[in-house]
Design a protein around this ligand. Structure first.
Ligand SMILES: *Cc1c(COP(=O)(O)O)cnc(C)c1O
Length: 341
């Protein structure tokens, strides 16, 4: 039994998901003729209260398209300093959008109206890039899955739009936030121009993300998907898995959160653990005391077929997901408790 806690991207399709994939009706999606892709896009748009959606191969692509169609070259994007679009997309914002980023501290990654207000450039000063979009991340991966409530998002969006700014959401794990806040997903559409959601994280689909957007942005989004090389042909097999995930794997995210909390509590009591970030959803990030190293701990976990990820000089990350069972949790707790550091 291999226990893989490196990421929630490691899940494999369940037998039922596999069956949904095998039964999918497909066509050439670049010609707009794949019924399963169309069905997924309509489902996502309706779910988030927006008019259009575009199925893409990755969350990096949906984010990059989102930033691209909300900016002009030389503009500036406001985001949290540890955000995925800035840190983990290969410099894509610079390369694809020719935009600079304005990095905010945030409260565990959640940026505030006042921080945004202080970082909007004067449009009449030619020295400064033009601030054009605010990008939020929900949940925040770098901050152990902290999340925004809809109320917080509403105030940020209302303020940003009063300043003429666009709103992008990196909602790679939006449903992890929603099962905790119980906010209504359909409300989200009101507050954003573009929303990226990942089906291949906790929801358990093998591949795929969707960019949900305003109707008038759809042609631009489809053009950029093509330009980025993301136009797929009989993608319906993947879209069927994504639809299945949305229909069957949202509520169960709660279970991942409960298991993550058990891991967090276990770690907090161990002598070789320096500190554990609050566990809000399915991500556990902790640091080890300076007499040991993440490598040493990961080595010992590996001996027990448990995989985790180094996530900083002294930090380790564990992410719970669909393929991490109670039995695996039990074993992980046992192994963590036995580690000598
Ligand atoms: C995983 C992730 C993405 C997208 O990643 P891909 O691997 O390109 O699908 C985007 N944002 C966040 C916060 C993520 O965790």
């Amino acid at each position: 039994m291999i226990i893989d806690l490196r990421s929630d991207t490691v899940t494999k399709p369940t037998p039922a998901m596999h069956q949904a994939m095998m039964q999918a009706q497909v066509g050439d999606d670049v010609f707009g003729e794949d019924p399963s892709v169309i069905n997924l896009e309509n489902k996502c748009a309706a779910l988030l209260g927006m008019e259009a959606a575009v199925f893409c191969p990755s969350g990096t692509m949906t984010n990059q398209i989102g930033v691209k169609i909300n900016t002009q070259p030389y503009d500036e994007v406001i985001c949290y300093k540890g955000s995925h679009i800035y840190k983990y997309e290969g410099g894509g914002v610079a390369g694809n959008s020719l935009a600079s980023v304005r990095l905010l501290d945030g409260d565990r990654g959640r940026i505030s109206v006042s921080e945004i207000e202080q970082n909007i450039n004067n449009i009449n000063d030619a020295h400064l890039p033009i601030t054009s979009v605010v990008s939020l991340e929900n949940t925040v991966v770098r901050e152990a899955g902290s999340y925004y409530t809809l109320d917080q998002i509403k105030s940020i969006s209302t303020f940003a739009r009063s300043k003429g700014l666009k709103m992008h959401l990196d909602g790679a794990r939006l449903f992890n936030a929603l099962v905790e806040t119980r906010d209504n997903a359909v409300e989200y559409g009101k507050y954003f121009d573009t929303i990226s959601i990942c089906l291949s994280k906790g929801l358990g689909a093998p591949v795929g993300s969707v960019l949900v957007c305003k109707k008038e942005l759809e042609p631009k989004a489809r053009r950029m998907r093509k330009a980025f090389g993301g136009g797929m042909r009989q993608a319906g097999f993947l879209a069927a898995a994504a639809s299945y995930a949305l229909d069957h794997h949202v509520e169960r995210l709660k279970e991942d959160h409960a298991r993550a909390r058990v891991l967090g509590k276990t770690l907090a009591n161990l002598a070789w653990v320096q500190s554990v970030m609050p566990v809000d959803t399915n991500i556990v990030i902790f640091s080890v005391v300076n007499t040991t190293t993440p490598e040493k701990i990961l080595g010992q976990l590996n001996e027990h077929q448990i995989k985790a990820l180094k996530f900083g000089a002294q930090e380790i990350r564990l992410v719970t997901h669909l393929d991490f069972t109670d039995k695996m949790l039990e074993k992980t707790v046992e192994v963590l408790t036995k580690i000598k550091a």
